[in-house]
Design a protein. Sequence first.
Length: 94
Amino acid sequence: MAGFDPIIAMNFTLCVLIVLLGCLSYLKSRESICLYIAGAYVLFTISHLVSLLAIQGMETALVMIRALGYFVLVLGLYNVWTRNPAAPAGKKKR
């Protein structure tokens, strides 16, 4: 065990904050991108937690988890990019 890493601890803390803000932002705006961001950062939070707990043998899983997090972010941004500008996200026609 290498000991406590303050950089990973800071990254973990900031990821948790981003997840919370993403969820709260979604509740207020109903913009799907907020959930994509929160979901991606949940995955980053998990990877930082595994690193903080110094769980051995998880290197491949960490790469997969982080790659999935980036994929979720790309998917969310693609969703915003391809959205019909005449139809704002989260707003349903009545």
